[in-house]
Design a binder for this molecule. Structure first.
Ligand SMILES: [Zn+2]
Length: 155
């Protein structure tokens, strides 16, 4: 089962609200998928191509699940393509600016562009962050000219 725990911080509280609403409608709603690794996404994509899964999956590198910006929810023992409650949730989600998978992928709820409240998505990669703090210390302690040369040498 998925969880909202490791979702992107900019999405987690909206995802919790959505899942809370789903649970109020019917306690049998579960999160079937949250954040996915590259390998998980590749496996799901292969399953959707082979027809093993009735639901679509994006190729690895193209899914918002890999960024922690999407969750899938469904009711146990209810075909999601026939689930009226999912449709209600989907319409509510769209009304607050979210992206819902609709008929094609009714279990899928992802962050809409106008829902972003914090800019936590573009954290620099770790090596870049290390370089930046290196750069900061150099800029602080060396004359400007040599600091600029040093920064140029990085790129
Ligand atoms: Zn999904």
């Amino acid at each position: 089962m998925g969880s909202t725990r490791d979702l992107d911080p900019s999405f987690r509280s909206d995802a919790d609200d959505l899942f809370g609403l789903a649970q109020e409608m019917d306690g049998s709603f579960v999160i079937t998928s949250g954040r996915r690794s590259w390998d998980e996404q590749a496996r799901l994509y292969a399953r959707s191509l082979s027809g093993e899964s009735p639901l679509p999956a994006a190729p690895p590198g193209r899914s918002k699940h890999q960024l922690g910006l999407a969750i899938d929810i469904a009711r146990l023992n209810v075909d999601p393509r026939e689930d009226d409650l999912l449709e209600e949730l989907g319409l509510a989600w769209r009304a607050v600016g979210g992206i819902w998978g609709g008929e094609v992928d009714p279990v899928h709820f992802e962050q809409g562009p106008q829902m972003v409240r914090e800019t936590t998505r573009y954290d620099p990669a770790p090596d870049l962050a290390a370089r930046k703090s290196e750069m900061d210390s150099v800029l602080r302690w060396t004359p400007l000219g040599s600091a600029i040369d040093w920064v140029r040498g990085l790129f």
